[in-house]
Design a protein around this ligand. Sequence first.
Ligand code: ATP
Ligand code: MG
Length: 370
Amino acid sequence: MYLKTLHLRQFRNYQEQKVEFSAAKTILVGNNAQGKSNLLEAVELLATLRSHRMARDRDLVKEGEVISQINATLERQTGVSELTLTLRRNGRRSVAINGESVRRQMDFLGVLNAVQFSSLDLDLVRGGPEGRRNWLDTLLIQLEPVYAYILQQYNQVLRQRNAFLKRHVETLHATSLHSEQLAVWDAQLATTGTRVIRRRDRAIQRLAPIATAWHASISGSTEVLQIKYTPSIPLEQNNPEEVQQAFLEKIQQRAVAELHQGTTLVGPHRDEVELTINQTPARQYGSQGQQRTLVLALKLAELQLIEEVVKEPPLLLLDDVLAELDPSRQNQLLDAIQDRFQTLITTTHLSSFDSQWLNSSQILFVKAGE
Ligand code: ATP
Ligand code: MG
């Protein structure tokens, strides 16, 4: 797929800016705080309706304005489409394809696919499990947009169940653990949670071998990367009813602790994606360079998996990461991308690129939101 144009209105520090992309690689160069990452963020929003900076909509709308719009023309094998995302300070969003408003977000997701790679992604290795869950969820949303809806349903049940537990933490006693109302939430948590867990499991099973292969190729050594999804409910059983049953049993086991803590202790909001190298947790393992290699392998695997599933190469958004890779890893990345994936790259100085990159790229200078 190819992003032909991007039009930002009152988005972040952009008042109004049209951009036309004229090469497979575009380098956005400029000093700090000029709007390079903001532009990538706009593309990311069109792809996932999420920002990995975890920004709220009122931060995305330009200061002093109440509404913001991101427009893009996208060319796919199936044809050209125009995507519009309207953001409001009050958090209400609307999306449209070819000028026609789309009611369900999941019908908008999946039109534009993009993989974002920024220095924040190092937290995938160094940070806690929440970041890895978010990463996996964002990937899944692109692989199967209906997942956005499934996840939303789960989170809604989780919030309601938590609110219930919190309200009743003082009044519920061990004897009333089987309160009818709680049982209703338990059942919904198990049903929606099982859908989340099974999809996460399938995605990791597909991603893991690709990432392991990339990792071996980049590190060129005997280091073996393993990615393992460890849901809070064991997944030995294959059919959803059995998983739901196991889910409910797990809830029973933790019932006393839940009432004590007043929060839900079982479910996919507690899952982990374990990254190990030669059986050692990657976090404890290795230098920054080795951790970067791992993240690079994950990102290349994401690109490849999305391409396999959607049958078209997604966009790659490289935010400030290239300068952090040594020349050999830069070249690995360059070779992997070739002109196969349209790539937007931010940098503060062009000197970190070799002539091969510069000669084959469109270069845009970014200054104060223009
Ligand atoms: P760096 O090289 O430091 O990463 P950058 O060019 O990527 O810089 P961005 O993150 O794209 O910088 O832009 C940051 C600028 O955008 C800051 O000056 C910030 O104040 C401004 N900005 C962010 N949100 C808004 C907003 N809602 N309204 C106006 N300006 C904003
Ligand atoms: Mg930036």
